[in-house]
Design a protein around this ligand. Structure first.
Ligand SMILES: CC(C)(COP(=O)(O)OP(=O)(O)OC[C@H]1O[C@@H](n2cnc3c(N)ncnc32)[C@H](O)[C@@H]1OP(=O)(O)O)[C@@H](O)C(=O)NCCC(=O)NCCS
Length: 123
């Protein structure tokens, strides 16, 4: 985790949400590709503690992460989500992300191939 955190300094930041001094979620920008042509594109991760979901924390974290991305010369965020992740897709659509398409059998989950949805937002 320490190494992961060290890799998320500067352009690819991690933001943490706190309520009453309690950490209730985090979101990070991650490198999308090492190729120079894609330097302005970042990948997104977000996770809210179960007790704090549905209270607007994810939306706020995403807003702040997008502001940090713009400040760091990132003009687009892409993300990859399981097609059944209604919560994630709800948050992303509400925040202006569009569905790009579906990778078929992109991953393996519990031993079974699984499709992955791609979404994006131009900042
Ligand atoms: C997905 C997740 C980050 C959403 O964060 P959150 O703090 O619960 O979301 P918010 O309360 O900020 O909701 C913002 C909007 O997202 C949508 N939304 C949130 N939860 C939803 C759900 N379960 N189903 C459908 N839409 C949902 C709503 O449109 C909501 O806006 P509204 O309340 O005005 O209607 C959170 O549920 C989570 O951490 N899930 C587990 C990890 C995960 O799936 N991460 C994404 C991986 S791709």
């Amino acid at each position: 985790m320490k190494q992961w955190f060290l890799n998320h300094e500067q352009r690819y930041c991690v933001l943490v949400a706190k309520i009453s001094n309690q950490i209730c979620g985090w979101a990070s920008l991650n490198p999308y590709s090492h190729r120079r042509a894609y330097q302005g594109v970042a990948d997104l991760s977000i996770y809210i503690h179960r007790e704090y979901r549905g209270k607007g924390v994810g939306k706020q974290l995403l807003l702040h992460l997008e502001a940090a991305a713009r400040q760091n010369g990132i003009y687009k965020i892409v993300l990859f989500t399981f097609p059944f992740n209604q919560g994630g897709q709800g948050l992303y659509r509400k925040s202006g992300y569009r569905e790009v398409g579906i990778f078929e059998k992109q991953g393996i989950l519990d031993g079974n191939p699984i499709d992955v949805m791609i979404m994006e937002k131009l900042l």
